[in-house]
Design a protein around this ligand. Structure first.
Ligand SMILES: [Zn+2]
Length: 390
């Protein structure tokens, strides 16, 4: 019976091997083969070949066909010194992979040559525990969670929509949440604005929201903007750099400002609005779908604006719409699933119905169209203090 050394020597005769120099050359090529790291997780975390995928040796047979369905795809397997990956390369040959080669002297030789390595950032044990339900779904996983932690979302409004949206984004580990709101917490807010509470009455909403969100998740940094969004401050606020804007504005002038700014800055907006029992959600992604002005080019004249006296909203409605907004924001960050770009979702709380309307880009849109007529911020007169109850 052959010992380990004889067996390894035998296997090495049956597979193809390449040197670190050859591997580096192939790695630098445009049609780079897929590098597969078969080492243990601790070894992977200390550094690996950039762009490689990690499949520990023990899981190779069971996972490879799911990860690499194309059996003709060129593969380079490696471990630390080329022994474990020699057996792995042999196994892949047995499984029908026609172009699997072994990096003969392993990752240690790659490193010795001074070639580029990637050191993955790892979640702390607290984060592993906190986000375990995200790590369990492949659409998020560790990479997705890192993306969320790196992400910056700007919430316009810390009211009815901003409350659930910010709570779920903070819970999900979105690392930076900017919040723009000039109001203070009022008793009449608490029927729906669940990021605030009775002991915060009179406190600025941004400060109250910050306390709640940072207490919920210490990974989250809240950047408060205790001001109303205007043409004067919109550039300064957007200059901090945001990946997604969640618009929960309670007035038309702000909505138009957010829209125009998002187009000029190329930032997607998750739009939400509510009135009585009805809510709407959509995503305006610059360059990909319509914007708010494609739907409503200019605000209605003040005399046609909804009467303020009719304001009112079922408390749970912003909870539903704001949660849908958080869902869209998370998908935009993770680049997963189908977002509501080009689709307007209409929810009716009384009938419990959900409808969808297709919305299209307007080539004559005054801001996102082919020959824009609006090229500077417009401060519209506020025609009602609360046309939509948020
Ligand atoms: Zn438009």
């Amino acid at each position: 019976m052959a010992g380990y050394r004889e067996l390894l020597a035998q296997v090495k005769l049956e597979i193809e091997e390449i040197s670190a120099v050859d591997a580096q050359e192939q790695h630098a090529a445009a049609d780079r083969p897929l590098f597969i790291d078969v080492r243990e997780p601790e070894e992977w975390e200390e550094g690996h070949i950039p762009g490689a995928i990690h499949v520990p040796r023990g899981r190779l047979e069971s996972r490879i066909e799911g990860l690499v369905p194309d059996k003709e795809r060129p593969l380079v397997l490696y471990c630390s010194v080329g022994s474990r990956s020699a057996f792995a390369t042999k196994v892949l040959g047995d499984l029908g992979y026609e172009n699997a080669v072994n990096l003969g002297a392993g990752f240690s030789d790659w490193k010795r040559n001074g070639y580029e390595i990637a050191i993955p950032r790892v979640l702390s044990s607290e984060q592993r525990s906190r986000y375990s339900r995200h790590l369990l779904i492949p659409e998020v996983g560790e990479e997705g969670q890192q993306r969320l932690l790196d992400a910056r979302v700007l919430l316009v409004g810390a009211g009815g929509l901003g409350s659930p949206a910010s709570l779920y984004l903070a819970a999900a580990g979105v690392g930076t949440l900017g919040i723009v709101d000039a109001d203070v917490v009022d008793e009449s807010n608490l029927q729906r604005q669940i990021v605030h509470s009775t002991d915060r009455l009179g406190e600025p909403k941004v400060a109250s929201a910050r306390r709640t969100l940072e207490a919920l998740n210490p990974d989250v940094k809240v950047v408060p903007f205790e001001e109303r969004l205007t043409s004067e401050n919109v550039e300064r606020i957007l200059d901090s750099g945001w990946d997604v804007i969640v618009d929960g504005a309670d007035n038309f002038p702000t909505r138009y400002l957010v829209n125009d700014a998002s187009i000029w800055h190329g930032i997607p907006v998750v739009h939400g609005s509510i009135y009585r029992f009805e809510g709407q959600v959509t995503v305006f992604a610059p360059g990909q779908g319509p914007c708010y002005r494609c739907l409503f080019p200019t605000p209605p004249p003040p005399e046609l604006a909804p009467s303020c006296a009719e304001g009112g909203v079922l408390g749970v409605l912003p909870g539903i719409i704001g949660s849908l907004q958080a869902n869209e924001a998370l998908k935009l960050i993770l680049e997963r699933g189908d977002t509501l770009v080009g689709r307007l979702l209409l929810f009716d709380a009384l009938g419990t119905t959900l409808d969808e309307v297709t919305v299209r880009r307007d080539p004559y849109c005054p801001v996102s169209g082919e020959s824009p007529t609006i090229t500077e911020y417009v401060d519209y007169v506020e025609f009602c203090n609360a046309p939509v109850q948020i």
